[in-house]
Design a protein around this ligand. Sequence first.
Ligand SMILES: Nc1ncnc2c1ncn2[C@@H]1O[C@H](COP(=O)(O)OP(=O)(O)OP(=O)(O)O)[C@@H](O)[C@H]1O
Length: 241
Amino acid sequence: MQEALKVERLSKLYGDQLALDNLNLCVRKNTVFGLLGANGAGKSTTIECMLGTRKADSGTISVLGRDPKKDRRNLFQEVGVQFQEGDYQPEIKVSELCEETACLYKSPADWKSLCEQFGIGNKVSRAVKSLSGGERQRLFIVLALIPDPRLVFLDELTTGLDAKARRDVWKILEGLKSKGLTIFLTSHFMDEVEALCDEICILKKGRAVFYGTVAQAKEQCGCGKFEDAYLVLSGEEGMDE
Ligand SMILES: Nc1ncnc2c1ncn2[C@@H]1O[C@H](COP(=O)(O)OP(=O)(O)OP(=O)(O)O)[C@@H](O)[C@H]1O
């Protein structure tokens, strides 16, 4: 099995609104894949279906060779997920949240060294709620990596991080990829996508309107800058007109 993720003909309706329309995705192991698209394009719905937390109306999904609906327990041990906001007790400290998370996994990574790597090593005795937005975002990436996963989902990876912290996160992720991690990310920052992603899919109203590499996207649109190509392909350009 060369692919970490395979989605075939995935469709999802909310009421009469089509959120995903016959989506096909294939993510090779040990690569970084970016799922892009405007607000409401269907990215979170896709991830939720892949995690088995939302039921699709049709289509098949394979995550690390397993069916996420039937095999959630095993996948839980192998897959990391970054949440935008955690569901934690109001007064909990960083160290306590990391420890509690590590306890859920059979062979967790060393959370202290992850906190060091992500620049929050000196914040571990602080209450989570007292962290700045960017520090909390880095903590959520740490929590996603605590399972020592083979595959990690990073939703809106570096939203809220300053320029230096974003670069640092990219470097760490490159390092983890070189050690065998597969990364599935969503991002609204096109420089980030260009720096990190081996392949991308651009969604528009639940449909894949582009699938390939950043270089292919630029070439297809005749754009020197990927952000320009993205705006054309995603249909965001001229949205107000
Ligand atoms: N629980 C729900 N009930 C009804 N409609 C929903 C529900 N969740 C999402 N939708 C709709 O489905 C579409 C896809 O939403 P989704 O959250 O997957 O988009 P997204 O690409 O993740 O957006 P964003 O970038 O804003 O996070 C949107 O039109 C959204 O309003």
